[in-house]
Ligand binder design. Structure first.
Ligand code: HEC
Length: 133
């Protein structure tokens, strides 16, 4: 096949930016992590678990998403209910890349006063998706 045509075809078949599954989002974080840090060697569920309970400000991720992310959470300030964070307990989680990006940005800034790196997001999602019932 003519080369430019082939490239166009591949572009057309590539998934639209914004993965709709946790696995797809993980693949996107992996690509971002590789370009962020050339030494990237893969994600770690253990690092993700540590990040989740690590206190930055007065809060950690667990403050609102609870120590067990399979359980329903509660907003540390407003008291509003938050649906479970882990995909095994809440199939809607990590199925909308725009939503995921928005909340990673907001919550990492609230907790750590900075955005999380792609490696941190991938570590966290690796840990979350490793949880079973
Ligand atoms: C002050 C409360 C609070 C804290 C602390 C918090 N979150 Fe959240 N988080 C929320 C709320 C509220 C939502 C949006 C409602 C929902 O999706 O249930 C949310 C949603 C999310 C989502 C969207 C997931 C999806 O795709 O459905 C991600 C990602 C997330 N938080 C990551 C984090 C991380 C990482 C931390 C720790 C650095 C953290 N959150 C700490 C309240 C919090």
């Amino acid at each position: 096949m003519h080369k430019p045509t082939l490239i166009l075809l591949m572009l057309a078949m590539a998934p639209a930016a914004g993965a709709t599954t946790p696995a797809g989002q993980l693949a996107e974080f992996a690509a971002a992590a590789r370009s962020e840090s050339p030494g990237f060697k893969g994600f770690s569920a253990a690092r993700g678990e540590r990040l989740f309970s690590q206190k930055g400000s007065d809060w950690s991720c667990a403050s609102c998403h609870t120590a067990d992310p399979r359980a329903a959470g509660r907003h540390a300030v407003t008291g509003k209910a938050i649906e479970p964070f882990a995909p095994v307990a809440n199939p809607k989680r990590f199925t909308d890349a725009a939503k995921t990006a928005k909340w990673f940005k907001r919550n990492c800034k609230d907790v750590f006063s900075r955005e999380c790196t792609a490696t941190e997001k991938g570590d966290l999602l690796t840990w979350l998706t490793s949880l079973n019932r």
